[in-house]
Design a protein around this ligand. Structure first.
Ligand code: DAH
Length: 340
């Protein structure tokens, strides 16, 4: 019995020493298994209990058990110590002078960015945003907008037809009709979105591009209201010194109609290669909504009047960001997109 207890005490001392000297988790794990594992030294001591006289066994067993519990406790304490040590070492080896790791973030496409800006500006002037479908019918894209049947814009050259009746919208103006059909004046709407044209592709034109349509119908809406809203808009987008002019033009759905120019935002109107030395840049078309359009949707042209305008978003983005090739917007070259 005495020998047995002496053995146990030595064992405990040895194990304790080894545990306290351990410097890594794997070392500690190995020591733990050697003593406390299923085939460990201490575990085998329990089996030796049977060799003791029967009356001594309970006391010896109790002592062996105490030692086992103590060793388990020492191991857990050591684990905590090693954890704290590891943390400290990590902190000590962290080099605060190293450059940070750059986190890659997504960005909005430049056309999306400028669209949002445009929407924001008109929103501030009381316009509400509406989106129309990209696949339109002849009726909305042309007929209801007073395009004569033989109008060249209906030609296969410009329009992507899907079948006899359906096509990819060539402008955002059909949204006017869709809104007028559903609502009664006053309506003050902004309709940005994608349009499609079967045109030759080059630095200035692409088969897909973006337009923003705006229109306002109410009692006594005038051309002066139209010009005032557009001037406020371009000055907000391009700066306070930008001026605006209307040039007489023709659109089937407006009368009178105008081409909308702004003073060149690159040279300030003096003349440069971007404005082709004219000092002015065209940004869209506008006019007073034609009575024929009102008749098509059941608005009384004697009671109401309204203006409409349509502008190229790509064009405005090109001017704002000084981009000289529209195709860059559609190629998704990351070297280009990352600049925005
Ligand atoms: N829809 C015309 C186009 O794509 C642009 C336009 C001109 C829209 C005059 C209008 C407008 O609303 O009044 O060329």
């Amino acid at each position: 019995m005495d020998d047995f207890l002496k053995d146990l005490k030595n064992l405990r001392k040895k194990a304790e020493d080894e545990i306290s000297r351990a410097t890594t988790f794997s070392e500690l794990e190995r020591i733990k298994t050697a003593y406390l594992g299923r085939k460990g030294i201490l575990t085998s001591k329990f089996k030796d209990l049977v060799s003791l006289p029967e009356n001594k066994r309970p006391e010896a067993g109790e002592i062996a058990n105490e030692i086992k519990l103590e060793l388990q406790k020492i191991v857990s304490q050591k684990i905590e110590k090693l954890k704290i040590k590891g943390k400290k070492e990590k902190e000590e080896t962290f080099d605060y002078t190293l450059p940070g790791i750059k986190i890659a973030t997504g960005k909005l496409h430049p056309l999306t960015q400028i669209s949002s800006q445009i929407v924001e500006i008109f929103y501030g002037m009381g316009f509400e945003v509406v989106y129309g479908p990209f696949v339109e019918t002849n009726y909305y894209n042309f007929d209801a907008l007073n395009f004569p049947l033989d109008h060249p814009a209906r030609d296969m050259m410009d329009t992507f037809y899907i079948d006899e009746k359906r096509l990819l919208r060539t402008h955002t103006s059909p949204v006017q009709i869709r809104v007028f059909e559903r609502r009664k004046p006053p309506v003050r709407i902004l309709a940005p979105g994608r349009v499609y044209r079967n045109e030759a592709i080059n630095a200035r034109s692409y088969c897909v591009f973006y337009q923003v349509e705006g229109f306002y119908v109410d009692y006594n809406v005038t051309m002066a209201d139209l010009k005032g809203v557009l001037l406020a808009f371009v000055q907000e987008l391009f700066g306070k010194d930008v001026s605006l002019r209307f040039r007489a033009s023709f659109f089937p759905f407006t009368e009178p109609s105008a081409e909308v120019d702004i003073s060149c935002v690159i040279c300030g109107g003096k003349g440069c290669s971007v404005c082709k030395h004219r000092g002015w840049l065209e940004i869209g078309g506008a006019g007073m909504i034609d009575p024929e359009v009102f008749k098509a949707v059941g608005y009384d042209p004697e009671t109401y009047s309204g203006y409409a305008f349509g502008m190229g978003i790509d064009r405005m983005a090109m001017l704002k960001y000084r981009i000289d090739d529209i195709r860059l917007f559609y190629e998704n070259d990351l070297r280009f997109l990352r600049q925005f």
